[in-house]
Design a protein around this ligand. Sequence first.
Ligand SMILES: NC(=O)c1ccc[n+]([C@@H]2O[C@H](COP(=O)([O-])OP(=O)(O)OC[C@H]3O[C@@H](n4cnc5c(N)ncnc54)[C@H](OP(=O)(O)O)[C@@H]3O)[C@@H](O)[C@H]2O)c1
Length: 229
Amino acid sequence: MNIAILGTGSVGQALAGKLMSLGNDVTVGTRDVEVSLTRVEPDRMGNMGIGQFMVDNPGVKLVTFNDAINSDTDLIINALGGESILEVLGAIDPNLIDSKVMIDVANPLDFSNGFPPSLTICNTTSLGEQVQTQFPTLKVVKALNTVSNPVMINPTALSGNHNLFICGNDMDAKNIVGGVLISMGWNSSQIIDLGDITNARGTEMFLPLWVRIFGKVQTPMFNIGIVTE
Ligand SMILES: NC(=O)c1ccc[n+]([C@@H]2O[C@H](COP(=O)([O-])OP(=O)(O)OC[C@H]3O[C@@H](n4cnc5c(N)ncnc54)[C@H](OP(=O)(O)O)[C@@H]3O)[C@@H](O)[C@H]2O)c1
């Protein structure tokens, strides 16, 4: 697949490296390529700079957001901070995103008052819905936003039953995304389709609990598993 990943942070890098290793053609989008290439030092969380990632992964292309999506793009991934996707997609030729499938990994986190973050969008709407409403011909599938990036690309690192939630309005798009998730190591029985994109309210509002569990277990290598009788 031709995959355009919008975002150069730890999520964009993790997904780019994994999807490229699986034989996909991966392009990563950023605001300023030259500036991004200078980021060779790890950030304060210890995440690799995108400049170093590009040295280590020469098969991945790094371009501006506007050049990341073209007529050959099969899948877009939103790996941008907060609500940036609304502005970034708004600057792209609408014909290039028309009918495309997009995995929305982002969470509308607000760190302006420190840790733990709150949500800028919640309760009666969600970031996933706002993207779908603003870009109605885009096929938005919310997925992977409830797990850390090391778990996203290596789900078998966790033992026992654990689950991943997806939602979106287009069943064909969800099937395509399901195939991508399975290629990354998720088992179909782990993937719970919650329904339409309004269910992104639930998966995004899981984040306030996710960050508190993280504070307690002190590792991003965890997930939740759904148990029924
Ligand atoms: N970290 C995780 O494990 C994890 C897990 C699940 C979900 N998520 C979600 O995934 C998303 C990405 O997380 P992350 O930690 O990899 O990266 P991040 O630091 O949240 O975001 C980095 C990306 O956002 C872009 N960006 C920041 N401000 C922008 C603006 N004003 N306009 C346009 N672009 C802007 C940056 O552009 P440049 O490339 O130009 O710098 C960069 O590509 C977030 O929404 C996060 O909540 C993260």
